[in-house]
Structure formats: structure tokens, C-alpha cells
Design a protein. Structure first.
Lengths: 255, 255, 255, 255, 255
């Protein structure tokens, strides 16, 4: 669970809401047609821009990289060494017990392949295919969020233009000017808020997570092939350590 | 048929239209001179920017990559293997029957060359020339759409400036102020909508499609030269598989 | 003659003019002081930014690449082959007759050098110097136009700020407000129009032309040194063909 | 102490404050809800964008690179030569006295390792890990500040939109229009000031400092391993000199 | 003397001034507090962004590259050949007479080293250190000017926001609205003018000059080491010629 993402998003929304309540007229800030234009326009433009399958996957990609626990590198090293020790002592079939306690789908799939006795080269290739599609999904997800971060303010402005034109046609009723203009500005507000509190920062964090996940997944692949070919647990631990750059190695130790 | 492009564009337009109807005064949003300035200005600037031949081709390039079915890689592999089997069994002349059932112009041209007995190196060269001009057209199309995505809001703003100046000269008739300003804003609305719902996302999808098409076309060239030189269908299938990155290989299997 | 450039620029201006006339008050759009600020400011900033000699050359660079006919590659190949045949049959002195019919300065200079019996290596070096300075001029021209495309809207805004400040000082005469504001906006209109209809697209086309010219000039240099060293016309034709990428080769054939 | 950073920031704030006092109504510029939206929104978006640990470290990273004295390269060379001489004369244990006078944590840690008799290769590796994590922290710090420089004006605008909508709902009380609009604009003012006087320039200086620190730290590592392996002090000095590019070498001499 | 820079800057200012006088109310455009905010804010942000020493040097860097005569390459070649001839005829000591007539500091320093009999390798190294620090200064100068080109409009906008807020607090005195708003806009005007007429174009020209100076300085270094080691003047001239790209060689000949 990346607590910062959640705290940031929720606290941001809360703060804006409080600021709105303090100023009064909070009702004016909830406007369904305005939301329709901004959200709907952004989603439609995203559909025109990206392949359908990728757009449909975006919710799960975002959730997958923010809520799901990618195990920290240090724990992966510890787990791998433990698996290696168990496999050496009792054979790879002994990993079957461990399998049930593994939460991570990627690791579970790999362990299953080891237990099934898949040979080393094939095991690596299958896992790399899996990793590759994870990477592609992360990268595509970040591209989509970045694009939405550009599209949302644009459709916010389009909504405001629509509202302004409609308001200006009814200038003869002065009491409506203020309300009309206020409503017109709501879409720009929606667009700016969505882009700057959600889409742009989420795209940024997705990139950071993708880099972390990539390292962890490659460590898992290295570990699994090592276990499968019966490498000494201590040697395996050293080999996995070398995946960490000095900086992350230190961070890993501290965590 | 890329359904997302169509759905996105149509749903986007519809949503905007509905939002306009809900707000009332929909008539104000259809303004021929405003459309003239925004669309006309964008087209003129595009003519100044790009060679005439490329601009004329843009409609067909857009249509070609969005509506036309580029066969999915997996099907290309299957087809190629089938052609190879037919050619091995009954000779390349037997492909004549198949030819009539091939929709894809690129593939049809290649098959015809195989049937005509064009030798391997020349076949590859002719098809690469064809592919090269397809790639160039896709890339140029994407550049043109990107440029239009920048020009449209600019000419929208130019139209609004014209409208504002005209409105400001007639300030003595207050009843005209609102209507004048509303009309002035319409061009900015047109420019923003065209750029953000069509030009920019279409340029993005054109890039994605171009990458997909490139892979498929290269697989076809590899397949056709293989068929022409009598490669074993199984070997050919393996060779074509290697064109797919692990990720797309998996996707291809899923499709 | 690049007809698209001319048509785009003229049609764009015409369309804007028509739109202005339809709206009325066309007189307001011709304002000498406003033009002074926008055009003058842009030119002055360009002088500060670029070396004087390059700025002075810009008109001729623009004209040179848009109005002058760079011969199409296919014609260059044909001409070169013809020159080679003539030179082989009657000696290089026989090219003297041809020289008078050659419009292109670059080619004419090269032919003169061949007729004068300049030796192969020196001929190539002299022509490369010529080509290099053509390339540098094209690139610098494109940089200058791009910069002007950024400066023009900036000085348009500066002019509008001046106009607004002056208008705001005279708020006590309400009848002047509209007219003052209208005049103020004219400079922004000029800047946006100049940048988006002329400077930015012209810089783009200059780049396309520069690439085309580069290929044609290099073909000429290859051709001239070939003629000078008595290469077989057919061989020469093949050698020049290889300058074309497959795509342009096809285009060349189609033209 | 980087005096320019402090002077620039303080003088900038002072100048703005003076300008505000001259114009009057200074009270209007201190608005807690406005600050809440701009600062709070920026911080929340930063939390969504970057890992929590990095965001928490930002204050110390900024302070560390601006207030702490990274010793100038020339002094590092002098110190290292002196340490080398002391170590040669009285053995590495004699450095214990020096250690107490060393302010720089990085250098102190390295010296301690030398005194402890850590062997050359291990010493270098430990210090490189340390350096690597310093570099990563500096780079991440600069990324975070850059992002805040983009987020602050965006949340400023969001705050202004909120204020405008609230003001527009109460148009019937004309005496409130001015005050409402003034309050609305305060957030944009906060966002622009924070971004342009602090976040963007601080990110820039952090980059410059990071480059300087990197050179100095690498000189220290080279020096310490040299001392540990008993290199001649004169040779060491020359070796450290070569770390400086000619330009900085001159600057170092002048300092 | 780069006449274009001076003419562009002066003519630009003049043109703006004339345009202001024609429109009237020129007094409003000279506003000390507004200038304080825009210039002061920009300078303060620059101090936060760049090291103090570099910011202090900016005036001299700008002056040095715009007003000082970097000798044209062709003249450097001529001078160097002449020096080489004099040194060959009468020994390097004979250059002492020439030294007094050399304006360029860089060249003078080099000649002095030659006269002092500095050996070839050391001479080159000393001069390269000098050149390196010139390059670094030019590059840093261009970075600083570019940053100021971004900061000036930002602080212009900050000033306008301050002015607007102050004006809006005093809406009850309608006669002050216009004047207040006019004053508020002045800072944006200052920022835009400074950035677009000075900072951005000056950064551009600094880059061009830096490239020219680099070539000339490297020719001088090559020439001086040649003279010092008694190279034949003709050979030296050829060697220096090769520093020029074909394009500049032609330009050099034309100058």
C-alpha cells in the first residue's frame, strides 16, 4: 500500500473541500453537466488516442501499481534464499507448501513452473514474457495518465467556453450573469483539479513504481532460475544483491 | 475497424452536443463564418507548412489506418503458414486461388509477385519499397495531424480576436454586447474541440497503428520471401513468431 | 513553384479578410501603429538574436526555397545521364551548349567547372563548399522563422498591453472604451496571424525543402564528378538512383 | 553558506513586501485559506507524485545543499595532501587527531574507515555507496522542486477558480465583488511567487551544487584510497588536480 | 562591434516609445515600483538559481561577447602567418614589437608565452585552460539570460496580480479603477518587453558568438603552438584553414 498516494489524494480533495465550505456556496461546485463535459470529454479523447484494450486496463493498472504490495527488494532476497534452502533440503516439490503463502501472482506463477520442473531456459523465457507485458502495461498506463493530464484542462476550458457562450446569450437577465459565469468556470476547475491532483502526479508515481517493480521482477526471475538449477542459497543471495545499485542496496538495508 | 476511435469521437461530440442542449441556445454554437475561420485557417496554414501532395493524402491516410483492417499478427502467421503449405503441396501457382480471397492490398501485391515467380531478392526489395512509402505516409500523416492540433486553437483565438474587435466597435448598442462576445468565443470553442477531440488524439493513434502495421508488413515480407524460396511451413511459422516481442506474442495468442 | 505555400498563404489571408468584412468594421483592422509595434518589435528582436548578415538574407532564403524550382530528383538523373552521354560522345567542351539552357545556378556552376577541366577531387570539394553554405543558409533561415513565430505573438501581446494601459487612463470618456480596447487587441491579432499563418508554417516547409534540396544537390555533385571522370552514363544513372530512399524512388517514378 | 540563495530569496520577498506596502492594503495579501489551498494542494500533489520517504527528505536535502559548506575543491586537495603527509610520517592512526577537526560527515566517515585499516577496494566501495545515495537524493530533490514549481501555479489557479465561483454567486451585493475577486486572485499570486522565487530557482541551484558536490566527493574517495595505500603526497595532489576540468582548476586557484 | 544587437535593441525600444507617445499618456509607462518588482524579482530569482560569482559576471560576459571585437577567422589566419614569418626571420623575440599592437587579451597572453619560450605542450595546456574558462563563462551566461527570459514575464505577472488585488480593494472609488488597472498592467508590460527584446534574443546571440569565438580561439592556440615550434608559415596557414568548415571558409573569404 503506497500510503503517500492515498494520503495525498484524499488530503488534497479534503483541503479543497474545506476551502470551498469556508467560502460558502459549496453546492455550486457539484454540477453534473460540468462533470459530464470534463470527465466525458477526457475519456472520449483518450479512447480516440489509445487502443481500446489499453484504456480499459487503465483502472486495473493504476490500482495494481498503487494498492498492491510489490514486495521490497530486501524481502525478495530473503524469500528467495529461503526457497532455495527449502528446495535444496527437501527438493523443489517441497515448495508446494510455500506456494499457498505467496501473495504475489508473478512469483506464484514462477514457483509453480519451478515445482512443475520446467527447465531453466524455458522458465526464464516464460517469466520474461510475463515481465515484458507487465512493463508494457505500466508504460502504456503512464502514457495514458499523462495524456489525460493534458486533455482534462483542455476539456475544462471547452466546457467553460460553452457555459460562457450560453450565459452571454442571456445577458438581458442580469441576475443570471453571475450564476451563469460561475457554472461556466466549474468545468475549468474540474479539469485543473483532476489533472494536477490526480492524472499528472499518478503518471509520475506510476513511473517510479514501474522502475521498482522491474528490479524486483528481474530479481525474482534470477532467483527462480537459480533455485531451479540448484544454486547454493548463499551464492544466490549475493547474486540478487548485485541487482541493487549501491544506493538502493543501502535503502534496502535500512527498510 | 478500430471501434474505440469511432466511439470516442462520436461519443465525445454527442456529449458536448447534449451538454449544449441542456444549457440551451444551441443555435449559437453553429456559426458558419466562425467555422470558416477556424477550419479554413488551419487548412491554409497546413498547406503552407506541408507539401501539397501530403496534405491531399491526409484524409486517406487517416481513413486507411483507422477504418481498414490491418490483419492481426497471429492471423498473418497462420495465413503465411497456410500459403506456405499450399505452395509446397501444389506449387506457387496454386496461390492464385488464394489471391482472390486476400483483402489486404499489400499482401495481394506480394502474393502476385510470388505467383509471377519474382526471385527472392527482388521480391524483398519491391515489397520494402512499398513498406517504406507506407511508413513515410504514416509518419507524415501523424506530423500533419499534430500540426493541425496546434494550428486549430491558434486560429480559434485569431477568430475570437476578430469577433472581439468587431463587438467592441459597436459598444453603443449594449444589447449586442453579449451576442457579439458569444459569437467571438465560438471560434475558440471550435479550435479547442477540434484539436483536443480529433487532431491530437488521432495523431497519437496513428503512431500506435503505424508501429503495429510496420511489424505486420515486415512479417508479410519475411513470409512471402520464405514461401517463394520454399521454406518449410513450420520453420516459417517459428521465424515469423520471432518478429513479435514477448509482450505482443502473448497478446497475439490471446486475441 | 510550390503552389501550396502560395495558395495556403493567400487563401488564408483572403478567408480572414472575408470573415472580417462579413462582421463589418474592417477599417479597424488596418492600424499602422499596431503594425509598427508587432512587425517592428519582431524584426528588432530578430536583429538582437541573429547575426545581421543572416537576417538580411532571410527574404532571399525564403524566396529561394519557395519560389525557385529545385529540379525533381528524377529529372536530375535524366539530365545527368544526358550530359554524360553528350560528354562521352563529343567531349566535355560539348556541354558548353547545354550550359546556356541550365537554369539552376548550382548546376551551372558545376558544369562550368567540368567544362573548364577542373580535376575530380577539386570539383567535388568546391561544390561541397557551395552545398554546405546552401545548407547552413537553409537551416539558419528556418531558425530565424521559428524565432519570429515566437516573437510575433509576444510583441502582439506587448502592443495590446500598451493599448490597454492607454485606454484605461481615459476611462472617464466611456465612448472611447470600446474603440480603445479594440485597437489594443489588434496587435495581438497581428502577432497571432503572422506567427500561425506565415512564420511557423514557413519554417516547417523550409525544413522539408532543405531536405529535398540536399538530396538533389548531392546527386548533382555525384553526377558532375562522374561526368568529369568519364563514367558510363548507364552506370551513372544507377549510382544516382541509389541516392533515393525506396520511398522517394517510387515517388520520383510517379512524378 | 551559499549567500546568494539566501540574499536572493530574502531580498525578493522583501521587495515584494515593500511594493505591497507602498500600494497599500497589505492585509489583503495574508490570507490563510488561500495559503492552505496553494501550499496544501502543492504538497498533496507532491505526495501523490513521489515516494513518501523522498518527500519527507526534501527539507533536509534543500538545507543540506544550500546551508552546509561543501569544501571547495582546492581545499580538498590541500587537506588530502596534508592527511597523506601526516599518514606517511606517523602512520594512519595519526589521522585520529585530524578527525576531530573534520566537519564534513562524508570525509569523516572515510577517514574513520582509513584509520580502521579498511582495505583499499572495500573502502572505495563503501564510499561509492555513500556517494551514490547522496547523488540520488540530490537528483530526486531537484525533481521534486521542479514538480512543485509546476504544481504551485496550477493550485494557485485552482484556488482562484474557487474564489471566482464563490464571488460570482454573490453578485447581488456589489460591494463584495472587488473584495471577493481580490481574495480569489491571492492564490494565483501565492502560486506564482512560490514557483518563481523559490521552487524553480532552488531546483536549478540544487543541480549546480550536485555537480560541484559530486566532483568534491569523488576527489575525497580518490584521496582516501590514495592515503590508505600510502601514495606519495605530491603524486596524490597531481592525481586530484586531474579531477578538475581546466576551467574549474583555474577557478579553484583563484578562490 | 555587433551593430545588429545594438540597432535591434535601440530601435526596438525607440519603436515602442514612439508607439506609446502616439497613443498618449506616456507618463504612465514609467513606474518605479513596477520596475522594482519586475527587475528586482527577476534579479533575486536569478541569485537563488545561479552561483553568485556567475551572476556578478553576467554584465561583463554580455558586454564582452557583444561589444568586443573577436577578430574574424580570416584575419586570425593572416595574423598568424605574419607572426610565423616574423618569428622565422628574426626569432620569437621579434614578436615583442607585435605584442603591443595586439588588442585581443587571449592572443596577447599566448604571444607573451611564446616570447617567454614556454614549451609547446605547456603552452597549449595553459591556453586550453584559458579557452575552457571562456567557454564555461559563455555557456553560463547564456543559461542565465535564458532563465531571466522566463523569470521576467513571471514577475511581471506577479506584479500585475499585486496591482489588481490592491485596485480591487478600492473599487468604491470608480475614478481609480482605470488608473489602478493600468498601473497593474505595467509590470506585465515590463516583463514581456525585457524578456522578448533583451533576455531571450541576447541568450541566442551569445550562443552564436560563443561558437564563433571557440573556433577563433582554437585557431589561435593551433597557430601559437605552430609558431613556437617553428612551423613553415605556409603550412601553418593551410592547417588553420582546415579549422573552417567549407561554409565558413567561403564566408571568411567574402568578409
Amino acid at each position: 500500500m503506497d500510503i503517500a498516494t492515498l494520503v495525498g489524494a484524499v488530503a488534497g480533495l479534503l483541503m479543497i473541500t474545506v476551502a470551498i465550505y469556508i467560502g460558502g456556496g459549496a453546492g455550486a461546485f457539484l454540477n453534473v453537466p460540468s462533470m459530464l463535459i470534463t470527465v466525458g470529454g477526457t475519456v472520449c479523447a483518450t479512447l480516440v488516442h489509445f487502443p481500446l484494450a489499453e484504456v480499459l486496463r487503465i483502472v486495473s493498472v493504476v490500482k495494481r501499481t498503487f494498492a498492491v504490495n510489490i514486495p521490497p527488494p530486501q524481502q525478495v532476497i530473503r524469500d528467495m534464499a529461503e526457497f532455495a534452502r527449502a528446495a535444496r533440503r527437501d527438493g523443489v516439490l517441497a515448495l508446494e507448501d510455500t506456494l499457498s503463502r505467496v501473495d504475489d501472482d508473478f512469483l506464484a506463477k514462477g514457483l509453480q513452473l519451478v515445482i512443475d520442473g520446467t527447465e531453466s531456459e524455458q522458465l526464464r523465457e516464460i517469466m520474461l514474457i510475463e515481465l515484458n507485458s507487465v512493463q508494457r502495461r505500466n508504460k502504456m498506463g503512464s502514457s495514458i495518465l499523462s495524456f489525460m493530464g493534458e486533455a482534462a484542462p483542455a476539456f475544462g476550458m471547452i466546457g467553460t467556453l460553452i457555459g460562457l457562450v450560453q450565459m452571454l446569450r442571456k445577458l438581458d437577465d442580469p441576475s443570471m450573469i453571475g450564476a451563469g459565469m460561475a457554472t461556466a468556470l466549474i468545468t475549468t476547475f474540474y479539469g485543473a483539479l483532476m489533472a494536477n491532483l490526480f492524472f499528472i502526479p499518478l503518471a509520475g508515481k506510476l513511473n517510479t513504481r514501474a522502475k521498482e517493480e522491474d528490479t524486483v521482477r528481474q530479481m525474482m526471475i534470477e532467483g527462480l532460475t537459480g533455485i531451479q538449477s540448484g544454486v547454493n542459497p548463499g551464492v544466490l543471495e549475493d547474486r540478487l544483491m548485485s541487482f541493487l545499485t549501491p544506493g538502493t542496496r543501502e535503502v534496502a538495508t535500512k527498510t
